[in-house]
Design a protein around this ligand. Structure first.
Ligand SMILES: *Cc1c(COP(=O)(O)O)cnc(C)c1O
Length: 393
């Protein structure tokens, strides 16, 4: 070993994963793990079948760098069918290794050292590290609960976050971890700020089909004047319960998508050959599939939320995604969500994630008392968690 620590300074502070710690606790205590944000059930059988057939048919070598043509076509058709967006499948659609690579590619492909990116916090865990890797600067705008427990931003906070160095806004709606689905008015505010300051918008829409209570996801690219400055990112993981396949995409104007491609080709070049035709078939499933996906999750959300409320863990609102937040202060006077999550597995047999780690360090106090529960589990698993929460003295 050399004397100098091996970790690049740009990655300092992004190491310790709370997800690993909480998963280990779940295993050692035999707890119901509602920390991890992935389903414990399979996706549509026809999608799984195509992947198996593709492997047998020899689809096991590198795909084209931009993705298999029929998947790019299916993504383009999907964007038009659901959201009325038009993208040329050859120049305006890029297949990536999950939404994660599309976001990393967008940040590393379009930001220069010192450029500023506005993001709404709490944040999905890879965003801040990618900003740091790009040598860019993260300007957080904090989402706070309103009287109905719905997390939203103050327009003046967003406007104040813009400086002459601001280059981009990274948006995530439906939002992980708060479950907020941005309204048309909120998106218009973001669009107005982006347009007035000539900013690029990167929009992470991986939960586009997981919206509850008859609500509707609105891609910011569909707002007037926004298609020309927006990269829309999504993936098949959350829509088809195939999070391990890592088939994602970026759609937008050719120069922006090309910048994403320039970076992403250096990460993986391309991958997931047998999964790409399977996700193409998923994207072409009838509307009923997507509706029942959301209805099924909504029922699980409802069971979990009422159990949380009965256990004195007041849940916030959740209009979409896999997640609901809860306030621990009624059960833990010091409001320490981290210690709460460390103690809950032994005390109650349920695991959650402290949301404080999903804020920028300077604002961690904003989320200290909030813990995140995932309800993307089989109903018996959710019901078992509910029983344990109910029995928790
Ligand atoms: C799950 C998730 C991702 C990652 O998507 P992959 O396709 O698995 O890379 C990105 N953004 C958000 C908000 C997520 O919750």
């Amino acid at each position: 070993m050399t004397a100098r620590p091996p970790l690049a300074s740009r990655l300092e502070g992004f190491g310790a994963s709370i997800f690993a710690e909480m998963t280990a606790l779940a295993v050692s205590t035999g707890s119901v793990n509602l920390g991890q944000g992935f389903p414990d059930y399979d996706g549509p059988p026809e999608v799984l079948r195509i992947a198996r057939e593709q492997i047998d048919a020899g689809a096991n070598q590198y795909p084209p760098g931009t993705g298999i043509a029929d998947l790019r076509l299916a993504i383009s058709e999907h964007q038009q069918r659901f959201w009325g967006l038009r993208h040329d499948p050859d120049t305006e659609v890029l297949v990536t290794m999950g939404a994660t690579e599309a976001i990393a590619g967008a940040l590393l492909g379009m930001l220069d050292t010192g450029d500023e990116v506005i993001m709404f916090e709490p944040l999905f865990d890879t965003y801040a590290a990618c900003v740091s890797l790009a040598g860019a600067v993260l300007s957080p705008v904090t989402l706070r609960p309103d009287a109905n427990g719905r997390f939203c931003f103050a327009e003046e906070d967003l406007r104040r976050a813009v400086t002459p160095r601001t280059r981009m806004i990274l948006l995530n709606s439906p939002h992980n971890p708060t479950g907020t689905v941005f309204t048309r008015e909120e998106l218009q505010t973001v669009a107005d700020v982006a347009t007035a300051n000539d900013l690029i918008v990167v929009s992470d829409e991986v939960y586009e089909h997981l919206v509850f209570d008859g609500g509707r996801h609105i891609p910011i690219a569909s707002l007037e004047g926004m298609a020309g400055r927006t990269v829309t990112v999504s993936s098949g993981g959350k829509s088809f319960n195939t999070t391990g396949w890592k088939i994602g995409w970026a759609c937008g104007p050719a120069p922006l998508v090309n910048a994403v491609r320039m970076a992403k080709q250096l990460f993986t070049f391309a991958g997931g050959t047998p999964f790409q035709p399977a996700i193409a078939a998923g994207l072409r499933l009838p509307a009923g599939y997507f509706e029942s996906l959301a209805d099924d999750l909504q029922a699980k959300r409802d069971v979990l939320m009422s159990a949380l409320a009965h256990a004195g863990l007041e849940p916030y609102a959740s209009a979409g995604t896999y997640f609901v937040g809860a306030d621990v202060r009624a059960r833990r006077a010091d409001g320490d969500g981290m210690e709460f999550c460390r103690a809950m597995p032994a005390a109650c047999g349920v695991v959650a994630i402290p949301a404080g780690v999903l804020y920028t360090p300077a604002n961690a106090a904003e989320g200290r008392h909030i813990v995140r529960f995932a309800f993307c589990k089989q109903m018996p698993t959710i019901e078992e968690a509910a029983r344990r929460l109910a029995a928790w003295k």
